[in-house]
Design a protein around this ligand. Sequence first.
Ligand code: XMP
Length: 524
Amino acid sequence: MTVFTKSFIMGLNINHMDKIIVLDFGGQYCHLISRRIRDLGVFSEVLPARTTASELEKISGLKGIIFSGGGLSVFDKTSPKGHQNILELGVPILGICYGHQVIAHLSGGIVTAGQAGEYGITKLKIKKRVSVLSSLKSTEPVWMNHRDVVTKLASGYQTLASTNHCQIAAFGNVAKNIYGLQFHPEVTHTPHGQEILRNFALKICRAKKGWGVENVLTDLTQEIKQQIGTSRAVIGLSGGVDSSTAAILVNQAIGKRLTAVYVDTGLMRYRETEFIEQVFKKYRLNLKIIRAGDQFFKALKGVTDPEKKRKIIGRTFIEVFDRVAEKEKAKVLIQGTIYSDRIESGITQYASTIKSHHNVGGLPKNMKLRVYEPLRDFYKDEVRNIAKKLGLPESIARRHVFPGPGLGIRIVGEVTPERAEIVRQASHIVEEEIAKAGLYNRVWMAFAVLLPIRNVGVEGDARSYKFPVVVRIVESKDAMTANFAKISYKILETISTRITNEIKAVNRVVYDISNKPPATMEWE
Ligand code: XMP
């Protein structure tokens, strides 16, 4: 299998744009920082922590560098330390969490192994409301997630803010424009975090705004033509915003040489196949619909381990694909992978794998197709904007995300056609009621999970012994963190009543009130 490793962005005409580079020290939030910078209209890309000062110097339009957070400690032998001479480039630098500690360490300050650490929202007391912290209040809630602490700064550096547990929660070397923040400004739990990033990108780095989806579409079409050449290509069209956008983008670039394959895995949403047929009939898209549910259920028989299920679904998917691709004489497999898929699959150099997303982590090594991911460097909101520009309907552009393994990871335990039907219907009811209440666009996902247990209930005068269903509705901006949605009891009651009335096998509905972390959105 060949994966195009080169970021497509290298093919885009971004040379003229001002840039802020995020160095990846392994934090899960590394790409989120870059996205927040792009939200400000400034181009940002993530490079590995090992990137040298001379490599950075060669980047045209480089206006600033951000050292991301990371899960390791500067005391670990193998942890990424970055290069000291980056601090001498004369380019503004911002260190976040572990990046804050790396800057202190490289500049001659002292980092001390923390005892208890500091996790969650804490009160930042700002001593000097200048530079990155200008325009903030004297106390601000910020989100912390660290163990080690910076205890001493090198000369030229001064403390800008503290918390009760962390004396040096923000520092700055104003002459050199180098700053460190022990907290995470990029997450939504830090309400004025974007203000801090704006101060850095626009005021300190003086980066000019040049990034926007409309600026890159023409270049992206060019890039797709170059990458695919005269080959034929196939794409798995799931009906999600990512694969739909990738399909239409590539279709517009290479026309009928692209075959879009919609595989009904038996684990799709309610009436999904009809929906797909209806949405895509307006495009001149070579669309093939393959009903392969039996094959998936057979492969999943007796399997209960979530990661095994993901791998099996991924593998079966590729098998089905390979058959179509061979028939179509396709050489390239287009995937709708976006930035966030790559993060959670542990693709950043130092991040640990949380879940292997099947469209990335589960690809078999012997696949005959070359993989090309035109959206690999775009973030979700950017993909939604591209979808709208391509004329895809709101029902696709604003659609909730749906995991690659589909309902397979919403059925705890063994996946069977009967169980898939229960969870499909229950999820449909949840989505329908959330949409009726006008909440669809306000939540990240709304779905049901089927548990592998049964419980006692009463129906009429008789005892029942049936499955409970979990309703999970979450709010999130970035999929990295999430809160359970505070849905009114009235809506929850309607959902619960409908599920137990309309689905014979269910007699109880519970609402999941967990946030992420510590839970994840999906149950598996
Ligand atoms: P978690 O459960 O990790 O989910 O909090 C975060 C987001 O990722 C989706 N998700 C997946 N998407 N393949 C995918 O394509 C997967 O294996 C997978 N697992 C989770 C999930 O639906 C949520 O939006």
